[in-house]
Design a protein around this ligand. Structure first.
Ligand SMILES: Cc1cc2nc3c(=O)[nH]c(=O)nc-3n(C[C@H](O)[C@H](O)[C@H](O)COP(=O)(O)OP(=O)(O)OC[C@H]3O[C@@H](n4cnc5c(N)ncnc54)[C@H](O)[C@@H]3O)c2cc1C
Length: 383
């Protein structure tokens, strides 16, 4: 029997992996994080300056407690790191009442007793005048607890706090394989290997390259920033154009937030446009093409007039997608010492700190405080 190089290795240090490492280190666990690039890089799922935070998790009712717990942990991390990571201010969910966005929000709010407010078209126009072109059937729902979180700053803060609590962080360290051995797992890198008791694999949109057999796809999603013209600038500040999701008649979802912290207005279009498509996990192309923003820009005159047709800046993000739209979090049934964390389906940023805590719990006690059975890998792999 070999000596362990660490009790737990965390492979992949994006927003989820750094949170897991922080939580493990806080529990006094001997842990090491391995990251192929650096902390807070712009090649995966955790870059772009902001992520929408909501407690009305329309994606699954079981996510509401996870969002609440994440928010508590954001307060803890902010204090420990001495930097602002959560920006409150509320958020808007717009669309038909039967649809997943506004309707889903109302249903989640009712089920979990979350205070939200349904705005009349007049109230929407008064308070948030940049949102125009409402369909006759659309409703607007205001969630006061919503806000935005900063993914890169959160990852940096969690990694720093993890190191302060005793974790090791190995950047520029690509894991090439995970080999179960008696009593542990060998984590192979290009330059050697580590023998650990358990592994958390939080490799985001690359997860399937290390853990084959999960039905994961890597999806490319463009992010764009638009600078409002001088007359429209006041309409597009974060206060007047807070974080929002808007379901369009085509089914596509327009999302974004107003200018803040030196950033112009941020917008994206989910489930539409040529830029939103599946790619190979190891595809290295992050270049932006006209097709990444053209279909979004065409919508602006109707839904957010005052923004120019060409964005000031654009970038490419990527996330892991599962067939049922839920995360895949938990031990592999065939190899429980390997705990996977992926399939964020572009709604995992708000849960990053709660997910990190759940992963640390799984790696130490095998149970999570927030019930997360609906995310278990066994639903895909069988027991
Ligand atoms: C464009 C976009 C918009 C989004 N908007 C929202 C939003 O508004 N609200 C919300 O809640 N969520 C949102 N999300 C989702 C959210 O950002 C992610 O769920 C969150 O950042 C967690 O990402 P992650 O840590 O799983 O993945 P990543 O950040 O990609 O981290 C995975 C890490 O693993 C590393 N890695 C991969 N393979 C290896 C290997 N072999 N060896 C070592 N390291 C490896 C990678 O380099 C990377 O650093 C969005 C996602 C995208 C892409």
């Amino acid at each position: 029997m070999h000596a362990y190089d660490a009790e737990v290795a965390v492979v992949g240090l994006g927003a989820w992996g750094t949170a897991a490492l922080w939580q493990l280190a806080e529990r006094g666990v001997d842990c090491v994080g391995l990251e192929r690039y650096g902390i807070a890089h712009a090649l995966g799922a955790s870059h772009g300056g902001s992520r929408m935070f909501r407690t009305t998790c329309l994606e699954h009712p079981g996510l509401v407690p996870l969002a609440r717990r994440s928010l508590e942990l954001w307060q803890v991390l902010q204090e420990a790191a001495g930097t602002r990571l959560f920006v409150p201010g509320g958020g808007l969910l717009i669309g038909p009442p039967s649809g997943p966005v506004a309707g889903g929000t109302l249903r989640a709010a009712e089920r979990h007793g979350i205070a939200v407010q349904r705005l009349t078209p007049g109230e929407l126009a008064d308070r948030f005048p940049a949102h125009t072109g409402l369909d006759p059937h659309d409703i607007a729902v205001w969630e006061p607890q919503a806000g935005l979180v900063r993914p890169e700053a959160t990852a940096r803060a969690a990694a720093d706090c993890a190191v302060r609590a005793g974790a090791r962080v190995l950047t520029g360290s690509t894991v090439t394989g995970l080999v179960p051995e008696p009593g542990g797992v060998r984590v192979a890198t290009a330059t050697g290997s580590l023998y650990v008791r358990r592994v958390v694999v939080s490799a985001g949109p690359w997860l399937q390259t290390l853990v084959p057999g999960l039905p994961l796809e890597t999806v490319r999603m463009p992010l764009t920033w638009y600078a409002p013209d001088a007359r429209a600038r006041r309409r597009f500040t974060l206060e007047r154009f807070p974080v929002f999701m808007r379901e369009l008649p085509s089914g596509a979802v327009l999302w974004g937030c107003g200018s803040e912290g030196g950033h112009p207005v941020k917008l994206g279009l989910e489930y539409a446009g040529e830029g939103f498509r599946t790619v190979e996990p190891e595809d290295t192309d992050r270049s932006v093409a006209r097709t990444d923003w053209e279909s979004l820009s065409r919508l602006l005159a109707r839904y957010a007039p005052g923004l120019p047709p060409v964005p000031e800046r654009a970038a490419v993000g990527r996330f892991g997608r599962t067939p049922d739209g839920q995360f895949v979090l938990g031990p592999l049934p065939a190899e429980p010492r390997i705990i996977v964390a992926g399939g964020c389906n572009a709604h995992g940023g708000k849960h990053a700190l709660g997910v990190g805590e759940a992963l640390a719990e799984l790696a130490t006690t095998g149970r999570t405080t927030v019930p997360l059975e609906f995310t278990a890998p066994a639903r895909f792999t069988g027991r």
